[in-house]
Design a binder for this molecule. Structure first.
Ligand SMILES: NC(=O)c1ccc[n+]([C@@H]2O[C@H](COP(=O)([O-])OP(=O)(O)OC[C@H]3O[C@@H](n4cnc5c(N)ncnc54)[C@H](O)[C@@H]3O)[C@@H](O)[C@H]2O)c1
Length: 461
């Protein structure tokens, strides 16, 4: 039982994390369970339910050796001595704290499942991102068992990023493990540290108390998102002043105190975590009577929303204040490159705003078309989904870049130009294309935070 690890939740975090753990710890038996039967069936099939570079290999190498996917939550709880909980913790949509606080119903359900089916002591690990002091509530619920069992709660938040999950899990910047400060908590901590020591150097394993660990995860996401909103706010100022956001990013990123990462202007951050985690932080600050701190962090989300709206306003303004009936080729729907995940993707809001203007959308994405269809299922308007970028571009008035997929740089924009309506526009929401080359092909090019390259308006270029 000591060598059986259970993970509850086979999502973007639970399954890749456990696959890498199983790969590095052959003497452990790792079981990943989920109530979603379809998801488990997909993890057991040739076509895994999520796309991540390198994930296929690591799953297929270990599956049914020491890595198992199952819907038997109850059986898994009975067998395992160590339980990672990696269920979703979305933002509450109703009741107290709606729109900000974390919805802990899935999390609490797992606690109740653990009590009900446990027959011996266990270490329960918070892998999900949770509000600071959740472990306290968790401990109270689990201690309320009448079987005389002991549960140690450990916080071990996950810092991997989608698109680079396998590399991040294999070589993380750090692994953070928080434990209660009593003897039992410290014993549990040592057991979890020993698992990670199979492949992580000691100086990358940071141990703290539970509260610091829980809060650090929220703060890490808030700080990353804050950098994105900071540079995006400056992109708006660049467009007014003829400063170039690429130069500004380079110049400030060369300062070793600032660093070059996460200061690329774009249409805004997305993904399932940043917005929900910042709003959760905002809620916590309000709850603890810190309104100034709450307002500071809330502004990060407001700037993010503003950047998407600003991008659409620019499209409408530049296309003669009318995009009704015009076909627009949307390149990219995933919230970032190298993933098919579209949760909270800025593309969702941008496409909806374009549809409100009665544009016709032809959406192209290498991995995210299936999710895009689900996200826009309730939107009225003309939408087509194109595997082939040339099909999306044909007869379009504009190409709009929403995701920084590497392959978008290599597309044949000369051929697209020939097939497009004129004047042809490109709005590069990720600043990934060669704007001067596109301008020379005949496009009117509108990057973010840089001078427009526009044949129609001699003042712009
Ligand atoms: N996605 C990321 O990049 C990322 C990174 C770091 C941390 N996180 C955090 O990790 C947690 C999980 O995120 P995710 O993206 O993997 O979510 P997800 O929605 O992809 O997966 C969660 C899974 O938990 C399952 N589940 C819910 N309740 C259950 C129950 N009672 N029993 C069994 N299974 C249950 C769901 O069916 C779902 O498959 C969240 O708290 C998130 O904030 C996510």
């Amino acid at each position: 039982m000591d060598k059986t690890i259970l993970c509850i939740g086979a999502g973007y975090v639970g399954a890749p994390t456990m696959a890498v753990l199983a790969d590095n710890c052959p003497e452990y038996r790792v079981i990943v369970v989920d109530i979603n039967e379809q998801r488990i069936a997909a993890w057991n099939s040739d076509k895994l339910p999520i796309y991540e570079p390198g994930l296929d290999e690591v799953v297929k190498r270990n599956r049914n050796k020491n890595l198992f996917f199952s819907t038997d939550v109850q059986g898994g709880i009975k067998k395992a001595g160590i339980i990672f909980v990696s269920v979703n913790t979305p933002t509450k949509t109703s009741g107290r704290g709606a729109g900000k606080a974390a919805n802990l119903q899935y999390w609490e359900q797992t606690a109740r499942d653990i009590i009900e089916h446990s027959e011996n002591d266990k270490i329960v690990i918070e892998k999900s991102t949770l509000p600071v002091r959740t472990a306290e509530a968790m401990h109270r619920i689990l201690s309320a068992n009448d079987k005389g069992l002991n549960f140690d709660i450990i916080s071990n938040p996950e810092f991997m990023a989608e698109g680079t999950a396998v590399d991040d899990l294999q070589s993380p910047d750090r692994v953070l493990i928080g434990a209660m400060e009593d003897e039992s908590g410290q014993r549990a901590l040592r057991r979890i540290v020993a698992i990670y020591q199979h492949w992580i150097a000691d100086n990358k394993i940071k141990t703290t108390n539970v509260w610091s660990s829980e809060l650090s995860k929220l703060v890490a996401n808030a700080m990353l998102a804050q950098r994105v909103s900071s540079i995006n706010s400056i992109s708006a100022l660049c467009e007014k002043t003829d400063a170039n956001i690429l130069d500004v990013s380079d110049a400030i990123g060369m300062d070793s105190r600032i660093g070059a990462k996460f200061i690329k202007a774009g249409i805004g951050f997305g993904g399932s975590c940043f917005k929900k985690d910042i709003l959760n932080l905002v809620y916590l600050c309000e709850y603890y009577g810190l309104p100034e701190v709450a307002a500071y962090w809330e502004q990060v989300v407001k700037i993010n929303d503003y950047q998407g709206r600003r991008f659409v306003d620019n499209i409408v303004n530049r296309m003669f204040n009318n995009i009704a009936g015009k076909k627009i080729a949307v390149f990219g729907f995933a919230f970032k490159a190298d993933t098919g995940d579209t949760r909270e993707s800025p593309a969702i809001t941008i496409c909806k705003l374009l549809l409100e203007e009665n544009a016709q959308l032809a959406i192209h994405d290498p991995q995210a078309l299936h999710n895009a269809k689900l996200d826009l299922a309730d939107s009225s308007g003309e939408i087509s989904y194109c595997e082939n970028p040339a099909e999306a571009a044909t007869d379009a008035h504009a190409i709009v870049i929403l995701t920084e997929w590497q392959q978008f740089k290599d597309y044949d924009y000369r051929q697209f130009y020939r097939a497009m309506k004129k004047p042809a526009f490109i709005f590069d929401g990720r600043n990934i294309l060669d704007h001067q080359a596109l301008y020379e092909l005949g496009y009117n090019v509108f990057p973010l935070g840089q001078k427009a390259r526009n044949h129609l308006d001699c003042h712009s270029y």
